[in-house]
Design a protein. Structure first.
Lengths: 388, 242
């Protein structure tokens, strides 16, 4: 996916540059050539102009005096907005640089929301004049940040417990006092378990990513019960109420039981982790054509708007400092996203900082198993019975 | 000849408006930046914004000078005069808003090292977003001389005022729960005021835009304002003895 995004960007830039060059040649040529009426080259010129007008990147051309001779519609779309003012100002600065030196580029950050990163590139044309491109590179910047963070985080998550294990083991080797030794070894076990948890989650994630989901007939009520149990186990002593809202008619879906358990369990556990003591967590499953929705809502700390896009990334932490107390591996939501995708659905989150979060996993309604279906598919039903 | 002079003069007016709008666009970006700096306790960013303030001061003086020069040399009338007089006032509003962003950054330094509750952070973020939205609106209304858009700013500002009240409430709660100490609580209350003032300046810019477009002036006494003037007390008629 990453490669595809990069490739698309590169192709976009190259095509834009080429077309702009062609266009500029035509303008310069026609200025010097003797006019011969609406010729074929004229027609080509205007179709090139139309083509450039349809590009997603902004193309602006300047004459050698620095005045604009052409701009396509993508370059004009921001006119009259505050972002347009800022981009135009940077554009004229960049063009000024290009007139005195060679090609020049610059990235500007618009704080938004939503935050945007705009790249401006300008280069001189061989027959005088300058062409500049304006491009929103926010998506590319996000991919870069994701990759950089992933490498940094995975080494952090695995290295921290392993480093602690090494130090503890060394200390135990030199320690003669049995009480200190037993203390140290208890911590050694804790750290080892943390490393194991991370590795387990990573393995689970890669299993979910690669394996074709099983085709079980799953009663969502049992999935909800299991998830609530898991939530209660992690809420121990924090007085957090976990409730399942109006189950209504039993809902059976075709899907991978293990994966669905893992997804909803992760969501409920997360909701508990980020709830205040005495808070409430609600779980609801319902059919809302064309989707089956599994919803988990809490009233906890919430997620800042700018992190909302990124919480489903592996190891992504909203609050880097707090991550340690919750004991999570940072992979839970990533697992949820993959489970949803594996079943042809998606996961969405709605949240405001300080007001709690609501996660909704949506599965396509075609996965629903009606009673007629289960009669027609004795095999799936039999397999289901065998597991119970 | 005189038509050419006029065209040149109107070009000058457009250029001045464009440059003021440009400064206003920069302040529009400064608001979310200051909010982020405050929430991330970004001391380096704060330093950067604080040092950058001189630039805004210099630009506003330069732009004011340009307005004075045009008024003196061209003796404008009607809408041209309104636009120049308003420009001088808008420059002041924009420059003051940049100062307020700088103040938010200074507050960042003072509350450095203190954790803020998620609720507090949530309201700060909302105030920042609303102040940003207001400034974006007033910048674009001025750039395009869009009267109706400028008129909508007042309602947007009431939401910001509501957020300020809500913020103060959350500060009290957070302080009562001993999550923040008194010093931080006071700093935050002042920050709330800074955001609220940025909104007020945006509303001012909106009013100037309406004045440029159709000579609109606010009714007196301010009917919708929060700080209504005190009820007029009937004074004893002059010359009568009690």
């Amino acid at each position: 996916m990453l490669l595809a995004v990069l490739a698309a960007t590169i192709v976009g830039v190259t095509v834009g540059g080429l077309l702009a060059t062609v266009l500029s040649r035509r303008t310069v040529d026609s200025a010097h050539a003797t006019p011969v009426g609406p010729s074929a080259s004229e027609a080509t010129g205007s179709s090139v102009r139309d083509a450039v007008d349809r590009l997603e990147i902004g193309v602006v051309m300047f004459d050698s005096a620095g005045d604009v001779t052409f701009s396509n519609s993508a370059a004009r779309v921001m006119n009259g907005t505050h972002a347009g003012l800022i981009v135009n100002d940077h554009l004229s600065q960049v063009v000024k640089r290009v007139r005195t030196g060679g090609a020049w580029s610059r990235e500007i950050v618009l704080h938004g929301p939503p935050r945007q990163i705009i790249a401006i590139e300008a280069k001189p044309l061989p027959r005088g004049g300058i062409v500049a491109t304006i491009q929103d590179v926010s998506a590319r910047a996000l991919v870069d940040a994701m990759r950089k963070d992933f490498v940094a985080n995975i080494s952090h998550e695995l290295k921290t417990p392993v480093g602690a294990i090494a130090v503890l083991a060394e200390t135990i080797a030199d320690e003669r006092d049995p009480t200190v030794t037993s203390n140290l070894s208890a911590r050694l076990v804790d750290e080892a378990h943390r490393a194991i948890r991370t590795i387990d989650d990573l393995l689970e994630l890669s299993r979910i990513e690669t394996k074709v989901p099983a085709d079980d007939c799953v009663d969502l009520a049992t999935i909800v019960d299991l998830a609530i149990e898991r939530g209660k186990a992690s809420a121990l002593g924090r007085d957090i109420e976990i409730t399942a809202l109006d189950p209504g008619d039993p809902i059976h879906v075709r899907g991978d039981r293990r994966q669905l358990e893992s997804a909803l369990g992760n969501l409920v556990e997360n909701a508990v982790k980020y709830s205040h003591d005495g808070g409430a967590v609600q779980v609801r499953v319902r059919v809302d054509e064309p989707w089956i929705e599994l919803m988990v809502a809490d009233q906890g700390v919430g997620i800042p708007a700018r992190d909302l896009d990124r919480v489903f990334e592996r190891f992504y932490r909203v609050d880097k400092a707090r991550a340690r107390d919750t004991g999570g591996t940072g992979l839970g939501l990533s697992i949820v996203r993959h489970v949803a995708a594996n079943h042809g659905g998606d996961v969405a989150v709605q949240s405001a900082e300080g007001e709690g979060s609501t996660f909704v996993v949506r599965l396509p309604a075609r996965l629903l198993v009606t009673s007629a279906d289960s009669e027609r598919k004795p095999l799936a039903a039999a397999r289901e019975d065998g597991r119970e | 000849m005189s038509a050419e002079l006029r065209a040149n003069f109107h070009e000058q007016l457009d250029q001045i408006r464009n440059e003021i709008a440009r400064m206003s666009a920069d302040v529009t970006e400064l608001v979310p930046r200051a909010t982020e700096i405050l929430l991330d306790a970004d001391l380096k960013g704060a330093e950067h914004v604080i040092l950058g303030d001189d630039d805004y001061d210099a630009r506003s003086i330069e732009l004011e000078e340009q307005c004075f020069r045009v008024i003196a040399l061209q003796a404008p009338v009607a809408q041209d005069l309104r636009s120049l007089v308003s420009a001088i006032k808008i420059i002041a509003d924009v420059e003051r808003s940049a100062d307020l962003c700088v103040n938010i950054c200074k507050a960042t330094r003072r509350i450095y090292g203190h954790e803020l509750d998620a609720e507090l952070r949530g309201v700060i973020r909302k105030m920042g977003e609303q102040a940003h939205a207001l400034f974006k609106e007033c910048t674009e209304a001025y750039l395009n001389l869009d009267g109706p858009r400028a008129a909508a700013l007042h309602d947007m500002d009431s939401y910001l005022d509501d957020l300020q009240r809500q913020f103060i409430q959350v500060i009290f709660e957070s302080h009562a729960a001993e999550h923040i100490d008194l010093q931080v609580a006071v700093q935050l209350a002042v920050v709330a005021r800074f955001f609220e003032r940025i909104g007020d300046h945006a509303v001012n810019v909106g009013e100037r835009v309406r004045y440029i477009v159709d000579a609109w002036v606010p009714e007196h006494p301010y009917p919708e304002s929060d700080n209504d003037p005190p009820e007029v007390v009937a004074l004893p008629e002059l010359g009568t003895d009690d």
